[in-house]
Design a protein. Structure first.
Length: 167
């Protein structure tokens, strides 16, 4: 199986898991933060919903320059809005990966703000770290937010304490 096919399978599996977490976001608490330096729940959930878009962007471009980046954030006030954004980004990523031959995995990809280069690394490494691992990191943060808000946390890699009888 090709590396691209492995990434596609992982993306599909993890997208389903991410969707389970996003389904539990309470928008009546979207401004809630566990700490003053933390991202608000609604903003973090939107970030998680949008992160699958990094897969498409990484494959289809050679860089992201924050100085020119126009992130047109959608207004998200419901779980349905959040899931629609997630599903749209996942569908785009799946389509791009299904049509990608992996020939540019070793090509450099750069993240910058104007002349300041944050990093340049092979495209495959960006897919792993900035797209997929970044998503898993923030999805886990959402799990902690849910726990602190006393909202049952869905199983991601097996059952959680909320899934176990008597817990």
């Amino acid at each position: 199986m090709s590396l691209t096919k492995h990434l596609l399978n992982e993306l599909k599996q993890e997208a389903a898991t991410t969707r389970k977490v996003l389904e539990r976001i309470p928008f009546d608490k979207s401004d809630w933060k566990p700490h003053e330096k933390s991202m608000a729940l609604g903003k973090l959930a939107l970030h998680v919903a949008e992160l699958p878009g990094w897969v498409s962007m990484t494959i289809l471009t050679d860089e992201l320059n924050f100085a020119n980046f126009k992130n047109e954030r959608k207004e998200v006030t419901t779980t349905e809005d959040l899931l629609a954004i997630h599903d749209e980004h996942v569908a785009q990523a799946v389509s791009v990966l299904e049509n990608y031959d992996g020939s540019t995995f070793d090509a450099p990809w750069t993240l910058r703000t104007g002349d300041m280069v944050h990093f340049t690394m092979p495209r495959y490494n960006v897919l792993r770290s900035m797209a997929l691992n970044h998503l898993y990191h923030h999805r886990s943060q959402l799990g902690v937010y849910l726990r602190l808000l006393n909202i049952p946390v869905p199983g991601m890699y097996g059952p959680t304490a909320d899934d176990m009888p008597g817990k």
